[in-house]
Design a protein around this ligand. Structure first.
Ligand code: PEP
Length: 250
Protein backbone atom coordinates (compact mmCIF):
# COMPACT_ATOMS: atom_id res chain seq x y z
CA UNK A 1 0.00 0.00 0.00
CA UNK A 2 1.56 3.31 -1.07
CA UNK A 3 1.28 6.25 1.31
CA UNK A 4 -0.18 9.52 0.05
CA UNK A 5 2.36 12.32 -0.32
CA UNK A 6 1.38 15.98 -0.63
CA UNK A 7 4.29 18.26 -1.54
CA UNK A 8 4.07 22.04 -1.76
CA UNK A 9 6.10 23.83 -4.43
CA UNK A 10 6.32 27.43 -3.29
CA UNK A 11 8.06 28.60 -6.48
CA UNK A 12 9.40 32.19 -6.36
CA UNK A 13 7.18 33.30 -3.48
CA UNK A 14 7.63 34.24 0.14
CA UNK A 15 9.40 36.53 2.57
CA UNK A 16 10.83 35.97 6.04
CA UNK A 17 7.48 36.90 7.58
CA UNK A 18 5.27 34.96 5.20
CA UNK A 19 7.42 31.82 5.49
CA UNK A 20 7.18 31.91 9.29
CA UNK A 21 3.42 32.41 9.09
CA UNK A 22 2.89 29.66 6.55
CA UNK A 23 4.95 27.11 8.48
CA UNK A 24 3.25 28.03 11.71
CA UNK A 25 -0.15 27.52 10.07
CA UNK A 26 0.87 24.15 8.65
CA UNK A 27 2.35 22.85 11.90
CA UNK A 28 -0.74 24.02 13.83
CA UNK A 29 -2.92 21.77 11.69
CA UNK A 30 -0.64 18.86 10.81
CA UNK A 31 -2.05 16.64 13.60
CA UNK A 32 -5.29 16.30 11.61
CA UNK A 33 -3.64 15.02 8.44
CA UNK A 34 -3.57 11.34 9.40
CA UNK A 35 -0.79 9.38 7.78
CA UNK A 36 -0.44 11.65 4.74
CA UNK A 37 3.23 12.36 4.13
CA UNK A 38 3.74 16.11 3.76
CA UNK A 39 6.61 18.13 2.33
CA UNK A 40 7.27 21.75 1.45
CA UNK A 41 9.75 23.03 -1.12
CA UNK A 42 10.62 26.68 -0.37
CA UNK A 43 12.99 28.90 -2.34
CA UNK A 44 16.60 27.90 -1.53
CA UNK A 45 17.32 30.83 0.78
CA UNK A 46 14.47 29.93 3.13
CA UNK A 47 15.45 26.27 3.48
CA UNK A 48 17.56 26.79 6.66
CA UNK A 49 14.71 28.72 8.29
CA UNK A 50 12.15 26.10 7.28
CA UNK A 51 14.44 23.34 8.54
CA UNK A 52 14.58 25.03 11.95
CA UNK A 53 10.86 25.68 12.10
CA UNK A 54 10.01 22.09 11.14
CA UNK A 55 12.49 20.42 13.50
CA UNK A 56 9.70 18.87 15.64
CA UNK A 57 7.21 18.32 12.84
CA UNK A 58 6.37 15.37 10.61
CA UNK A 59 6.52 17.74 7.63
CA UNK A 60 9.60 17.16 5.46
CA UNK A 61 11.21 19.74 3.20
CA UNK A 62 13.04 19.83 -0.07
CA UNK A 63 14.33 22.05 -2.85
CA UNK A 64 12.67 23.15 -6.07
CA UNK A 65 15.79 22.43 -8.12
CA UNK A 66 19.34 21.11 -7.74
CA UNK A 67 22.65 21.47 -9.58
CA UNK A 68 23.66 18.64 -11.85
CA UNK A 69 27.23 19.20 -10.59
CA UNK A 70 28.75 18.46 -7.18
CA UNK A 71 31.00 21.52 -6.75
CA UNK A 72 33.22 23.94 -8.60
CA UNK A 73 32.86 26.85 -10.98
CA UNK A 74 29.10 26.76 -11.48
CA UNK A 75 27.95 30.23 -10.46
CA UNK A 76 24.51 30.41 -8.93
CA UNK A 77 24.08 26.67 -8.43
CA UNK A 78 23.18 24.75 -5.26
CA UNK A 79 24.48 21.19 -4.86
CA UNK A 80 22.89 18.09 -3.41
CA UNK A 81 25.44 18.03 -0.56
CA UNK A 82 24.47 21.60 0.39
CA UNK A 83 20.81 20.61 0.44
CA UNK A 84 21.72 17.63 2.58
CA UNK A 85 23.49 19.92 5.05
CA UNK A 86 20.10 21.52 5.68
CA UNK A 87 18.16 18.29 6.07
CA UNK A 88 16.34 18.24 2.74
CA UNK A 89 14.53 15.00 1.97
CA UNK A 90 13.39 15.87 -1.56
CA UNK A 91 14.62 17.75 -4.64
CA UNK A 92 12.19 18.59 -7.43
CA UNK A 93 13.77 18.01 -10.85
CA UNK A 94 12.44 18.79 -14.31
CA UNK A 95 9.56 21.02 -13.24
CA UNK A 96 7.86 22.25 -16.41
CA UNK A 97 8.86 25.83 -15.56
CA UNK A 98 12.54 24.75 -15.52
CA UNK A 99 12.02 22.89 -18.78
CA UNK A 100 10.09 25.56 -20.65
CA UNK A 101 11.41 28.85 -19.23
CA UNK A 102 15.04 27.86 -18.59
CA UNK A 103 15.43 25.37 -21.42
CA UNK A 104 16.29 22.36 -19.25
CA UNK A 105 16.01 19.30 -21.47
CA UNK A 106 15.48 15.63 -20.68
CA UNK A 107 19.19 14.80 -20.41
CA UNK A 108 19.93 17.73 -18.12
CA UNK A 109 16.96 16.78 -15.96
CA UNK A 110 18.26 13.21 -15.81
CA UNK A 111 21.64 14.48 -14.59
CA UNK A 112 19.90 16.50 -11.89
CA UNK A 113 17.96 13.39 -10.91
CA UNK A 114 21.26 11.51 -10.63
CA UNK A 115 22.82 14.34 -8.58
CA UNK A 116 19.92 14.26 -6.12
CA UNK A 117 20.22 10.51 -5.64
CA UNK A 118 23.97 10.69 -5.23
CA UNK A 119 23.48 13.18 -2.38
CA UNK A 120 20.93 10.90 -0.70
CA UNK A 121 17.92 13.03 -1.65
CA UNK A 122 14.70 11.70 -3.12
CA UNK A 123 14.12 13.28 -6.53
CA UNK A 124 10.58 14.36 -7.39
CA UNK A 125 10.75 13.94 -11.15
CA UNK A 126 8.19 16.08 -12.99
CA UNK A 127 6.85 14.91 -16.33
CA UNK A 128 3.95 16.13 -18.43
CA UNK A 129 2.77 17.30 -21.80
CA UNK A 130 1.94 20.76 -23.12
CA UNK A 131 -1.53 21.61 -24.45
CA UNK A 132 -0.32 21.26 -28.06
CA UNK A 133 1.15 17.85 -27.30
CA UNK A 134 -2.11 16.71 -25.70
CA UNK A 135 -4.08 17.97 -28.69
CA UNK A 136 -1.71 16.13 -31.03
CA UNK A 137 -2.42 12.94 -29.05
CA UNK A 138 1.21 12.45 -28.03
CA UNK A 139 0.88 12.74 -24.24
CA UNK A 140 2.13 9.19 -23.67
CA UNK A 141 5.08 9.64 -26.05
CA UNK A 142 6.17 12.81 -24.24
CA UNK A 143 5.89 11.32 -20.78
CA UNK A 144 7.66 8.17 -21.95
CA UNK A 145 10.52 10.15 -23.45
CA UNK A 146 10.93 12.16 -20.23
CA UNK A 147 11.03 8.98 -18.14
CA UNK A 148 13.33 7.14 -20.55
CA UNK A 149 16.04 9.79 -20.24
CA UNK A 150 16.22 9.12 -16.50
CA UNK A 151 15.93 5.34 -16.82
CA UNK A 152 18.74 5.32 -19.41
CA UNK A 153 21.08 7.25 -17.12
CA UNK A 154 20.16 5.81 -13.72
CA UNK A 155 18.42 2.50 -14.39
CA UNK A 156 14.89 1.39 -13.56
CA UNK A 157 15.69 0.57 -9.89
CA UNK A 158 16.45 4.26 -9.30
CA UNK A 159 12.86 5.14 -10.18
CA UNK A 160 11.76 3.01 -7.23
CA UNK A 161 13.65 5.34 -4.90
CA UNK A 162 12.12 8.46 -6.36
CA UNK A 163 8.76 10.17 -6.66
CA UNK A 164 7.19 10.96 -10.03
CA UNK A 165 4.92 13.96 -10.48
CA UNK A 166 2.67 13.93 -13.52
CA UNK A 167 1.93 17.57 -14.23
CA UNK A 168 0.15 18.39 -17.48
CA UNK A 169 1.65 21.76 -18.37
CA UNK A 170 -1.74 23.13 -19.43
CA UNK A 171 -3.04 22.57 -15.88
CA UNK A 172 -0.22 24.27 -13.96
CA UNK A 173 -1.21 27.60 -12.47
CA UNK A 174 -4.06 27.93 -14.95
CA UNK A 175 -6.97 26.86 -12.78
CA UNK A 176 -7.64 24.05 -15.30
CA UNK A 177 -7.33 20.74 -13.52
CA UNK A 178 -7.12 17.49 -15.42
CA UNK A 179 -10.24 15.51 -14.64
CA UNK A 180 -9.60 12.65 -12.21
CA UNK A 181 -10.03 10.20 -15.10
CA UNK A 182 -7.67 12.13 -17.43
CA UNK A 183 -5.04 12.17 -14.68
CA UNK A 184 -5.63 8.53 -13.76
CA UNK A 185 -5.22 7.46 -17.40
CA UNK A 186 -1.73 8.98 -17.60
CA UNK A 187 -0.78 7.72 -14.13
CA UNK A 188 -1.86 4.21 -15.14
CA UNK A 189 0.17 4.53 -18.34
CA UNK A 190 3.26 5.54 -16.34
CA UNK A 191 2.82 2.71 -13.84
CA UNK A 192 2.19 0.25 -16.67
CA UNK A 193 5.33 1.36 -18.47
CA UNK A 194 7.39 0.92 -15.30
CA UNK A 195 5.76 -2.46 -14.64
CA UNK A 196 6.96 -3.59 -18.05
CA UNK A 197 10.51 -2.99 -16.81
CA UNK A 198 10.20 -3.92 -13.13
CA UNK A 199 6.94 -4.77 -11.39
CA UNK A 200 8.28 -4.05 -7.90
CA UNK A 201 9.32 -0.54 -8.92
CA UNK A 202 5.89 0.10 -10.42
CA UNK A 203 4.17 -1.12 -7.24
CA UNK A 204 6.35 0.99 -4.99
CA UNK A 205 6.79 4.36 -6.70
CA UNK A 206 4.52 7.21 -5.60
CA UNK A 207 3.08 9.04 -8.61
CA UNK A 208 1.74 12.47 -7.69
CA UNK A 209 -0.62 14.58 -9.76
CA UNK A 210 0.09 18.30 -10.13
CA UNK A 211 -1.87 21.05 -11.82
CA UNK A 212 -4.30 23.39 -10.06
CA UNK A 213 -5.02 20.98 -7.19
CA UNK A 214 -7.16 22.66 -4.52
CA UNK A 215 -9.00 21.66 -1.39
CA UNK A 216 -12.15 21.27 -3.49
CA UNK A 217 -10.78 18.75 -6.02
CA UNK A 218 -8.03 16.93 -4.10
CA UNK A 219 -10.14 14.16 -2.58
CA UNK A 220 -11.57 13.11 -5.93
CA UNK A 221 -8.12 13.03 -7.53
CA UNK A 222 -6.49 11.17 -4.64
CA UNK A 223 -9.07 8.36 -4.66
CA UNK A 224 -7.98 7.31 -8.16
CA UNK A 225 -6.09 4.01 -8.12
CA UNK A 226 -2.75 5.27 -9.43
CA UNK A 227 -2.72 8.77 -7.94
CA UNK A 228 -0.65 8.76 -4.75
CA UNK A 229 -0.94 12.41 -3.80
CA UNK A 230 -0.16 15.80 -5.26
CA UNK A 231 2.48 18.35 -6.09
CA UNK A 232 0.81 21.61 -5.19
CA UNK A 233 1.76 25.10 -6.39
CA UNK A 234 -0.59 28.02 -5.70
CA UNK A 235 -2.66 26.29 -3.02
CA UNK A 236 0.49 25.42 -1.05
CA UNK A 237 0.95 29.10 -0.20
CA UNK A 238 -2.10 29.16 2.06
CA UNK A 239 -1.85 26.99 5.18
CA UNK A 240 -5.59 26.24 5.33
CA UNK A 241 -5.83 25.30 1.65
CA UNK A 242 -2.69 23.19 1.89
CA UNK A 243 -3.93 21.39 5.01
CA UNK A 244 -7.30 20.70 3.37
CA UNK A 245 -5.42 18.99 0.54
CA UNK A 246 -3.28 17.04 3.01
CA UNK A 247 -6.42 15.91 4.84
CA UNK A 248 -7.94 14.76 1.55
CA UNK A 249 -5.10 12.26 1.33
CA UNK A 250 -5.60 10.92 4.86
C1 PEP B 1 3.31 23.21 -9.66
O1 PEP B 1 3.94 24.25 -9.66
O2 PEP B 1 3.94 22.15 -9.63
C2 PEP B 1 1.84 23.26 -9.71
C3 PEP B 1 1.19 22.14 -9.84
O3 PEP B 1 1.26 24.51 -9.63
P1 PEP B 1 -0.32 24.82 -9.41
O4 PEP B 1 -0.79 23.90 -8.31
O5 PEP B 1 -0.36 26.25 -9.03
O6 PEP B 1 -0.99 24.51 -10.71
Amino acid sequence: MRQTLVAGNWKLNGSLDSVKQLISGITAGEADTGDTQIAVCPPFVYIPLVANLLADSKVAWGSQDIADQESGAFTGEISGAMLNDFGCTYAIVGHSERRSIYGEDDDFTARKFAAARKAGLTPILCVGESLEEREQGITEDVVSRQLDAVIKLEGIAAIGDSVIAYEPVWAIGTGKTASPQQAQDVHAFIRGKLAGLDQSVADKVQILYGGSVKGANAAELFTMADIDGGLIGGAALDADDFLTICKAGA
